[in-house]
Write a protein that binds this ligand. Structure first.
Ligand code: HEM
Length: 359
């Protein structure tokens, strides 16, 4: 449903080539340039919540992370394309994990049709780009310009699968992280005050937000950054991954034979008291000391680790900056967790948001 040619389903040469393309479109140099765009998406997202109605925080954050994903992939894409992609992707999103009954009316069937339409829309965008012949530095530009050592280029299907793959990898993960951060800060008023203080100083130096955030400012939010690290540890959004033993491996006296599937459980490592004292306590200050090597892996590890981790942290910092400077929020939901499939506070953390200036 996501697309068989998406990079995370592959290894070897094809994976290496694609990973380089994705990595270079999400490098520090590339994401620096996205700051004004991400900021304007953050501001309009928050403005739409500020009237006190009940918001499903996770759904709201999903809209935000999707728009940021579109920006990183296509740069400034025309509005009608953005809307069509958004509408069809949300149908795909509802059906990709449903029981695969391909009968009219089922979520699965609707998702299959939406996936076909997404392929067509992406085809149109690709053709337009090719006609314009401009060399863009976004992910689509990198995918279109690729040629391997034999001079082969990527097919339209390979490009479409990888675009949908990146959107898939980027959306729920980042939205879940943001939702947990809002919950943890709400539950820990002293920590929220410390974040506010840090962000207020930056806001004031930007003439009450009249000037946009700079790259240097986003790299100098030490406490907010620790809140993000600790939220990723405690929530462990991607709680495990799959690997396959490519040779016989001996581990702790056990033999893992070649070909066996291995499932490293990041959450168990993140919640192990040997590595993180009182692991169930939300304590950003623990990150004043760097964790031991290989005990902190919210973005995975090795050749498939997350190429979007810097963009994810950047967009979270930007959203939190504007959130704490402009709004206060009341959480209405309980503390329970549900898996959809990523862990999210129950019912997406229903909350009311109020404009601080209007009070
Ligand atoms: C807080 C947000 C995020 C978290 C927690 C997260 C976590 C992860 C993890 C744990 C993996 C590795 C899975 C494995 O090893 O099997 C991964 C892979 C990946 N992530 Fe992220 N991610 C986040 C945001 C993003 C964003 C914003 C993007 C892109 C814009 C992205 C793109 C990818 C891609 C393309 C892969 C597959 C890499 C490969 O197979 O080589 N992620 N992510």
């Amino acid at each position: 449903m996501i697309g068989p040619a998406a990079l995370f389903f592959h290894q070897g040469d094809y994976h290496n080539h694609l990973r380089k393309l994705v990595q270079s479109s999400l490098s520090l140099e590339a994401i620096k340039k996205l700051i004004p765009g991400v900021e304007s998406i953050a501001i309009s997202t928050l403005d739409s919540w500020a009237n006190g109605q009940i918001i499903n925080t996770f759904h709201g954050m999903k809209k935000f992370s999707f728009e940021v994903g579109i920006l990183a992939i296509f740069g400034n894409l025309e509005k009608h394309y953005r809307e069509e992609l958004k509408m069809n992707y949300s149908i795909l999103d509802k059906g990709y994990n449903s029981f695969p009954t391909n009968l009219p009316g089922t979520a699965y069937h609707k998702a299959v049709l939406a996936r076909k339409r997404l392929g067509l829309i992406l085809g149109e965008i690709i053709n337009e780009r090719k006609e314009k012949k401009v060399l863009e530095n976004d992910l689509l530009g990198h995918l279109l310009n690729f040629k391997n050592e034999k001079g082969q280029i990527l097919t339209e299907d390979q490009i479409a699968d990888n675009i949908i793959g990146v959107l898939f990898a980027a959306q729920d993960t980042t939205a879940s992280a943001l939702t947990w951060i809002l919950k943890y800060l709400h539950d820990n008023p002293k920590l929220l005050e410390a974040v506010k203080e840090e962000q207020k100083t930056i806001y004031l130096s930007n003439e009450n937000g009249k000037k946009g955030l700079t790259w240097a400012q986003t790299r100098n939010m030490p406490f907010t950054y620790k809140v993000i690290l600790e939220s990723l540890r405690l929530a462990s959004i991607v709680s495990f991954t799959f690997r396959e033993a490519v040779v016989d491996v001996e581990y702790n006296g056990y033999l893992i034979p070649k070909g066996w599937k291995v499932m490293p459980l990041f959450r168990n490592i993140h919640h192990n008291p040997e590595y993180f004292n009182e692991p169930q306590t939300f304590d950003p200050y623990r990150f004043e000391v760097a964790p031991k090597p290989n005990t902190y892996m919210p973005f995975g590890n090795g050749s498939h680790s997350c190429p979007g981790n810097e963009l994810a942290k950047l967009e979270v910092l930007i959203l939190i900056h504007h959130l704490v400077n402009k709004l206060r929020w009341e959480v209405l939901g309980s503390g329970e967790v549900e898996y959809s499939p990523f862990p999210v506070p129950k019912n997406g953390l229903p909350a009311r948001f109020y404009d601080l200036a209007g009070q």
